[in-house]
Design a protein. Structure first.
Lengths: 154, 154
């Protein structure tokens, strides 16, 4: 098994490591970063923490960060040997979900609707948690859900 | 301005709403979900919380969830009127970043290397935070970073 699949040795032979305890960055892609910033900062109210025009704009979301990348630029190899960030870049509609309480979700929904953003879906999951779905200007499928959706006892 | 861009009315005319306080879900795409599960659960140690063979596998990451979707399936419209999840699905290498302390990062790095996973990059950002980069079996660019990378005073 090990000889046939050198990238997958028996996992009980590997040194132990605790699993990562949190996501730090969530990435989506958009070619029009100005439109993305109007949407995520202007409409959703997220704080812009980094902006490299034409390449990326990053937003703070509580303890984490939402990254909007232009795949045309991020698919290029890094030109900076001090910060050799590997290339990446996806095409087509991605997905991400924000956590919000019901009152927070309602307020955001009203603001989105007033701005002309279509609420594409709005329903309750079997455990009772509500989710709403809408699109960013690049077509990414965004969700706002009650965090109880993924509660351990949910 | 409002007439020309009906989807972007003046934002100070909109009802107020607090920005979302946290990301709840981070999504990546992989056509081979079995390989993804061996990597994210078996190697990184993440707990599998939902598995729909061929369509998706979800992993708990602290207070959030990492979603691995097969875009061949998620780009199809939902067939369930009770849970009308909008279609999405990206192609090409995406990006996500896990938070870890330095000792946690070192342990994960040793385990990845022992499993034959290449550490594609490993460096310190200007504020001192360290990041390591590697690929999942689908080619997504994964990062493990010290959370101080995005600290407010970082």
């Amino acid at each position: 098994m090990t000889d046939e699949m050198p990238q997958e040795p028996r996992q009980d032979d590997l040194p132990a490591a605790a699993p990562p305890g949190a996501m730090l960055e969530t990435a989506l892609y958009a070619e029009d970063l100005d439109a993305a910033e109007r949407f995520y900062a202007g409409l959703l109210g997220l704080e812009v923490i980094v902006r490299v025009p034409g390449r990326h704009v990053f937003f703070r979301v509580g303890p984490g960060v939402l990254l909007l990348f232009n795949p045309e630029e991020t698919q290029k190899p890094s030109g900076n040997p001090d910060f050799p960030v590997p290339p990446h870049g996806a095409r087509g509609p991605g997905h991400a979900c924000f956590a919000a309480t019901l009152p927070e979700m309602e307020a955001l929904r009203e603001r989105l609707v007033a701005a002309g953003v279509e609420i594409e879906s709005d329903f309750h999951w079997p455990n009772g948690a509500r989710s709403i779905y809408f699109r960013d200007p690049a077509g990414n499928s965004l969700e706002i859900a009650e965090p109880g959706l993924w509660a351990r006892d949910g």
